[in-house]
Design a protein around this ligand. Sequence first.
Ligand SMILES: Cc1ncc(COP(=O)(O)O)c(C=O)c1O
Length: 390
Amino acid sequence: MQYDFDQIIDRRNSCCFKYDALKMLYGREDLVSLWVADMDFAVAPGIQEALQNRLDHGVFGYNYRLDDYYHAILSWIQRRYGWQAEQDWIIDTPGVVPALNLAVLTLTRPEDKILIQPPVYRPFFNVITDHKRSLITNTLKLENGVYQLDREDFERKIRQASLFILCNPHNPVGRVWQREELEFMAELCKRYDVPIMSDEIHCDLVYPEHEFCSMGSLKEYQDLVIVSFSPAKSFNLAGLGASVTIIPNPRLRKAVNDLNQYMHLFTGNAFGIEALKTAYSIGDDWLDALIAYLDGNRQYLAEYIAAELPELSMIYPEGTFLAWINFAKLGMDDNALFDFLTNKARVALDPGRKYGVDGSGFSRLNFACPRSILEEAMDRLHKAIKENFR
Ligand SMILES: Cc1ncc(COP(=O)(O)O)c(C=O)c1O
């Protein structure tokens, strides 16, 4: 079946962070909005239909997830990633960031050191510092346009850590960590007895030349691992607050789930439950079509930047719908770059500095939109660079 990813849907005035918060965040509304990580596409027709049926039922009391919900999750990760997990290992969490918070709160104490790999998604910093834990960093190394793991530094840092938070695929640099790289990290975590919180929210969005490997699927290390993921990114369901956390080790699972239970975070909402179940049951075909469309956008962007904007360089993502773009050659500090992009080019990108000091000079561009929107953004950027820098 063909799906129409070119269709423009007006998202303004729908309580939509990406468009309705532009004035608050960027000071103006006339921007091509390519910042926060959701998509401008309608959900798969089967999901919309399932939600409509749920709506038509008309009763929205407290929820209870039936076996078919868990079977949908287990079947999805088995058929797409070859990961054989068990129903008992699943914890119902309202989002991946809440799951990160639960792991930090239950598996570490104030002052404990937690390792992350910047440049990385801003909440990775916040979940550590907000709970008065100490941040330690294993900064990724940019080598020939690809971010690499700094293995020596990892080995030095991990022995001090009480928890390691991994991002796979990695937001914002788009790396899809290879099995060998995961094994290297997991082996050291095992040696030093450090649990791994693996944020795999972007796992469904991997381009054909790469293969996603879940930390949870590495049998030898599964006792160390907490994996959190959801259909929020891949099926555009971020507003429905549904996610899955899988913890094979009963001791870690009890610790994390006790707090989840005390705080009633497991309850979920009726639409999130229905959408997650449907996405993982019938979403393969739509997701494959989406990845093909995003791949086209990824190539368009890379080719446009190479041909028309030699001042910039783009990290070619292996997964995610995020392009990490280096603007440093334009010679602006981060404030001037933000001002230029917003007020001269009139595009809303996510400032790289949010992802740590190593993000300075970069901005993150979300290309999960109809191609024509991307073309408009590139035209604006091109024009502004020509007028101001050439
Ligand atoms: C790496 C990563 N983790 C988590 C999230 C958000 O997860 P949730 O909305 O489920 O809390 C995002 C959203 O951009 C993300 O990129």
